[in-house]
Design a protein around this ligand. Structure first.
Ligand code: GDP
Ligand code: MG
Length: 299
């Protein structure tokens, strides 16, 4: 047991006790996103509904400039429904354009394109007032890793997509995907680096896999998730892994889960890394129940 435990406790901290979340390049990444944003009319930022603020990057404001900005809170099927309702009200009270979606559901993605059109209506009306046909509305999908950008692009484009490159007189390098009448999407998303303000936010981003497990270690991330679930959703945990009793700390529970899953090494020791990997995989698929990490701040 002790040998296993020390593996879990292995720390990702540097000498000064700070977690080294990632090796930089923030400015370069933001510059690349900025260059892409220059080409579009509206920026659609995908975040994770379980972490509505911390899965964004506050620097995006400067990167976007004055362009309209729609926040899409994705993966609502993995988030606590009641907390999502609170967040909806919060975004409304802040007058921020936000839609809540589950990218795995075609119907909910329509909200993205229809809201974009609504947001752009006043600007497009100006063209019409001058008797000019408005140009196609161009959008870009941006966001931190693993929020569902590629899934959303693929699902938005799979049915009614044609490349503008196929049309004469438009860009020939196929960077625009026609999404339907008067709507075009930049074919690659802008990948934003996360900006982590507190250690807790960092752990949230690890839990939703916006940050690679290697940074903190699977064991630490799994222990964090278990501790969070123990606070509110412990029954689901108990049921999933056939645990008799939850009166243990996270490290002990992970060993019990490994025992239940029969994840063993030679000599019968629990394979704790494999166990932690499984717990994280189950959590990220929603098999341990819906869960929200971040609750709305007071408006
Ligand atoms: N449960 C759930 N999973 C999703 C949703 N959207 C995306 N995913 C999954 O999240 C993972 C990351 O998605 P991906 O599109 O690659 O994210 P990207 O890094 O932002 O491009 C994939 O396993 C997707 O299947 C969603 O709304 N609900
Ligand atoms: Mg992707």
């Amino acid at each position: 047991m002790d040998a296993n435990k020390s593996t879990i406790m292995k720390s990702a901290r540097n000498m000064s006790g700070r977690i080294n979340w990632f090796p930089g390049h923030m400015a370069k990444a933001l510059k690349q996103v900025k260059e892409k944003i220059r080409k579009v009319d509206i920026v659609v930022e995908i975040r994770d509904a379980r972490v509505p603020l911390a899965s964004g990057n506050p620097s995006i404001k400067e990167v976007i400039g004055g362009k309209p900005h729609l926040v899409v809170l994705n993966k609502t099927n993995l988030a606590d429904q009641l907390i999502c309702e609170h967040w909806k009200k919060w975004f409304q009270a802040e007058s921020k354009s936000a839609v809540f979606v589950n990218a795995l559901q075609a119907k909910s993605l329509k909200k993205i394109t229809s809201t974009c059109k609504d947001i752009m209506k006043p600007r497009w009306q100006k063209f019409k007032n001058k008797g000019i046909k408005p140009p196609p509305l161009r959008l870009i999908i941006v966001g931190i890793p693993n929020t569902g950008k590629s899934t959303i692009i693929n699902r938005l484009t799979s049915r009614n997509a044609a490349r503008t490159g196929d049309r004469p007189g438009v860009t020939r390098n196929q960077e625009w995907i026609v999404l339907g009448k008067d709507l075009e999407l930049l074919d690659t998303p802008g990948i934003m680096p996360p900006r982590i303000e507190t250690e807790e936010e960092g752990m949230w981003l690890c839990a939703i896999h916006a940050i690679k497990d290697e940074i903190i270690g699977k064991e630490q991330v799994a222990a964090y998730v278990i501790n969070q679930l123990l606070e509110t959703k412990s029954e689901q945990l108990k049921k999933r892994y056939h645990l008799n009793c939850l009166d243990h700390n996270a490290e002990e529970l992970l060993l019990l889960i490994g025992e239940q899953l029969n994840y063993k090494r030679q000599k019968g020791n629990i394979d704790i890394t494999k166990t932690c990997g499984q717990v994280l995989q189950d959590f990220r698929k929603g098999l341990l129940g819906p869960f929200s990490f971040e609750i709305p701040p007071d408006n």
